[in-house]
Design a protein around this ligand. Structure first.
Ligand code: PRP
Ligand code: URA
Length: 210
């Protein structure tokens, strides 16, 4: 599989993913799990943030220590389901800005339909992490990143919880410069472009709309 794909196999993430997939998991627990998994994934996905040295006075002495080197981040959830990941990532990086891209898949064509876009005005100074639990055909993620690139951010990463091989192939072909992080790389899409084994419809399970 593509070099630009990172599958996060940490035991805590894999454990929580099992309960997320379970059809008997209700909306409240589903939301909590999406948020927790997003937080754990964000911890890994920000491993390359640059550090700088500062002098800190401990109760014992002065020491040379490290802080994040003023790197500015923006999270961009793809509505609706991406909203479920926002609290988790903000709990780690509360100073990040949050943009929103609204799109849904047409049920017949499976093509993304845009309905909203509001991004931080200083995106060219920011590293962007796009959030969406599901990468199925890749259409929504490809369109979202197309939009974001028009604002010239410093870098873009795409973070999903479950990816289909078809979506990874399409996305990394369209955006070879964007690294993809997922918790599970599943088998394939079904005839309705749902991921198998997947977890069903992420937006409906987060918001209880089915
Ligand atoms: C889901 C999901 C992704 C998209 C993935 O959203 O959250 O945005 O489908 O499919 P793709 O890779 O084939 O484009 P959906 O269209 O169901 O909208 P929702 O989040 O509002 O429920
Ligand atoms: N969107 C979802 O929510 N689930 C899928 O399996 C595919 C697209």
């Amino acid at each position: 599989m593509n070099k630009k794909l990172v599958v996060m196999d940490h035991p805590l993430i894999q454990h929580k993913l099992t309960f997320l997939r379970d059809k008997n998991t209700g909306s409240k627990q589903f939301r909590e799990l999406v948020s927790e998994i997003a937080m754990l994934m964000c911890y890994e996905a920000t491993r390359d943030l640059p550090l700088k040295e500062v002098i800190t006075e401990t109760p014992m002495m002065k020491a040379t220590t490290k802080v994040i080197a003023g790197r500015k981040l923006a999270f961009v959830p793809i509505l609706r389901a991406g909203l479920g990941m926002v609290d988790g990532v903000l709990s780690l990086i509360p100073a990040a800005k949050v943009g929103h891209i609204g799109m849904y898949r047409d049920p017949e064509t499976h093509q993304p339909v845009d309905y909203y876009c509001k991004l931080p005005s200083d995106l060219e100074q920011r590293d962007v992490i796009v959030l969406d639990p599901m990468l199925a055909t890749g259409g929504s993620a490809i369109d979202a990143v197309d939009k974001i690139k028009k604002f010239n951010p410093r870098s873009i990463k795409f973070m999903c919880i479950i990816a289909a091989p078809e979506g990874v192939e399409a996305f990394t072909t369209a955006h070879p410069d964007v690294e993809v992080y997922c918790a599970g790389l599943d088998d394939k899409l079904n005839d309705h472009c749902y991921i198998l084994p997947g977890l069903g419809d992420a937006g409906d399970r987060i918001f209880g709309t089915k």
